[in-house]
Design a protein around this ligand. Structure first.
Ligand SMILES: [Zn+2]
Length: 336
């Protein structure tokens, strides 16, 4: 009964938020909805099952989103909105922009055809020194190892051993999507360096079969940009979190050099920045303010006219919270 009550309360709240949220109100001052996506994969793709649920959405859902957005907003590119605000032009009362973090190869395979079909503009934030390399984010590596049955080497190596011990007192638990997501969630307490060092120790590349490339290459990014629909922004050089104690040289490299690399390959200004994991120190913020026209965080919200351009809030989307128009509209309220 309690479970039933809880789920009906949730579904009523979803309907109310979707029907009466701020995206439904007229707005006297310009407001900006910045949508944040990561991976776009159909459930039939093997990469879907190995991914954390919070990171992925199906192509059909993305297409439904774009069609819903056009009912409430002026859908435009982030660079145009920012340029308009800097120039002091009149902005739409309710604008919406689409962003993709990390530069995943699946964005090219599955999101790009939808953006073209719907003529929807977007921004892709890429990790400049990893574009076109065999780089893998550590959550993908850990998920790949677990799905491939590589367990004992992880169990015997930190920081994985401690996390696996917390999660299971049986020798080998059932490896499903929920288990993998929980392992990754707990590993996020450790630094990227500690996790990559652990993966090097076990020589992960030799333990399981090859992983499909994670990221787009420069040719693919040039094709995205060449469509006239997609801007390429910076997500640093190496995806280091910028709240750590980084030297001035390291900060300059991640923030300033990443822009130069992108502009060299795309031959267009890269005016926009995205903080890895949404984290930044005061020093990082100051340098981003000096180098870019605007930057996005991972803090949830709808940007108002007065919001600092280098700390723009966003709304994160993934399949479970947005695979029906009703759930997607609830998300747009930013209330849930
Ligand atoms: Zn990222």
């Amino acid at each position: 009964m309690a479970g039933f009550l809880k789920s009906s309360v949730r579904s009523v709240a979803t309907r109310l938020a979707g029907r009466f949220g701020p995206h439904r109100w007229p707005s006297a001052e310009p407001r900006l909805w910045v949508l944040m996506y990561h991976r776009i994969l159909p459930a039939t793709d093997p990469r879907y099952a190995a991914e954390e649920p919070g990171m992925v959405i199906q192509p059909a859902s993305l297409q439904m989103h774009i069609r819903e957005l056009r009912k409430h907003f002026v859908l435009m590119s982030l660079s145009n909105w920012v340029a308009g605000r800097i120039a002091g032009n009149t902005l739409p009362p309710k604008a919406c922009v689409i962003t993709f973090d990390d530069g995943w190869l699946d964005n090219y395979e599955y999101a790009f055809p939808i953006l073209q079909a719907e003529q929807a503009p977007a921004t892709v934030f890429v990790v400049a020194e990893k574009v076109g390399t065999d780089f893998q984010f550590w959550p993908t590596i850990v998920a790949h190892l677990l799905v491939s049955g590589v367990y004992a080497p992880l169990q015997n190596t930190e920081p994985f051993g401690g996390v696996l011990a917390e999660l299971s007192n049986v020798r080998q638990p059932t490896i499903n999507r929920e288990f993998i997501a929980e392992v990754i969630r707990r590993l996020k307490c450790y630094s990227d360096q500690a996790i990559f060092a652990g993966l090097e120790t076990i020589q992960w590349r030799q333990l399981a079969g090859p992983i499909q490339p994670a990221l787009m290459d420069w040719d693919q990014l040039r094709r995205l940009h060449g469509s006239g629909l997609v801007d390429v922004g910076s997500h640093t050089c190496s995806h280091q979190r910028l709240d750590q104690a980084l030297t001035t040289t390291a900060l300059e490299h991640e923030i300033v050099v990443s822009r130069q690399i992108i502009e060299g390959h795309i031959q267009a200004p890269a005016n926009l920045f995205c903080y890895p994991n949404g984290d930044y120190s005061a020093g990082a913020l100051a340098l981003v303010e000096k180098t870019y026209q605007a930057a996005v965080t991972t803090r949830r919200g709808i940007a108002s006219a007065g919001q600092p351009l280098h700390q723009l809030v966003r709304l994160g989307l993934h399949e479970e919270v947005s695979n029906t128009p009703s759930k997607f509209n609830a998300r747009l309220s930013s209330w849930m």
